[in-house]
Design a binder for this molecule. Sequence first.
Ligand code: DP6
Length: 329
Amino acid sequence: MTDPIQHIQSLLPPRNTRRDTGEAYAPANIALCKYWGKRDTRLKLPVTGSLSVSLGAHGTRMTLRRAEADALTLNGEAVAPDSRTFRRLFAFLDLIRDPAHRLAIESHNTIPIAAGLASSASAFACAVKALESLYAWNLPPQLRSILARLGSGSASRSVFEGFVEWHAGSSPDGMDSFAEPLAPVWPEFRIGILTVSEAPKPVGSTEAMERTVRTAPLYEAWPKQVEHDLPRIRRAVLDHDFITLGETAEHNALAMHATMIGSWPPVIYWLPETTAHLHSVHRLRAEGLPVFATLDAGPNLKLLYTAEHEADVLRNFPMLIQIDQNPTP
Ligand code: DP6
C-alpha cells in the first residue's frame, strides 16, 4: 500500500508559484459530541465520529508570505524556532508546501484571550486554507478537511462553519475520515464561555487522549456513549430541539472526563471552580432555567442556552463571555 500521507500529497494540484502571499480565516469550534481517542495517531484517525459548532468570528486569521527563512509571529509576537508551536506548525506545512518554499507567517487569534481557548483546531484549518490561497488552489472540501486533520483532529471540523460532523471512517488510510457541514448556525442557539483559569494545561489534549486510550478501563465504554449521543445530537441540531441537544452534549462531555479521570496517571482538568459552576448549572436547571454545560481538555466551561434565556443566564453568570456564532462576512 502507498503511504497514506504520500497518497494525500499525490492528490494536491500543481502549485501556482507566481503568488507571494496567501491569506485565510478559520473559526474555532466546540464539540457537542466529543472526539476522544485515536485509532491511528500519525494520521489522527478517530475512534468515533464527533459533532461541533463553529465559533463565527472567533478563530485564526493567517497571512503567509514567501520568505528567505521560516518565521512565525503569533498575535504580533515572534515565536522562537525551537518552540513546540513553531515546530509543530512548520512540520505540518512541510506535508503540503513546496519543499523549496520558506514562509513567514503572521497568525492572529481572534478568540478573546480571557476565554482560555488556545485553538489548534482553527490554526491548522487556517494554515490549510492559507496555503490554498498562496498556491491558488480550490481543493475539494473533503480533501481540505483531511489535510487539516493531519495537523490536529479537531481541525478537520474547523474548515467549515456552523454545525459540522466529522465522520470517523473505517479505512486504514483515513480517506473516509473527514468532516462535513451538517447545518447552518441556528439563530437562537447560544454559547458562552466561563473561564476558570487561563494557565497552560498540565497535560495537552493529545497526550491526555493517548493516555486515556492506553490506561483507562472505562475507555471501553466511550464508543458506546458516542453511538448513543451522536445520532441524538445530529437529530436535535436538525430539529432545533435544544433540550435534547443540551442534555446529550452535557452527558457526553462528562462521560469523556470520566474516562480521563479513570486513566493513570489520572488526568483531572477540573479545578474547584469548575465543579462549583457545574453545580450552579444543575441548580439553575432544577429551578427551571434551560442551561447546559460542556467542557473540553481544560477547566473552563462552555454554557449552552438559547436567546430566550440569555438575560437569565447572564444574570447568574455575569462573567460569561458570550460568543457571537455568526459566520464571518
Ligand atoms: C476535548 O484535536 O486537540 O477538544 O488530534 O491530538 O490534535 P489532536 O487533538 P485535538 O483534541 C480535541 C479534543 C477535545 C474534543 C473535541 O474537540 O472534539
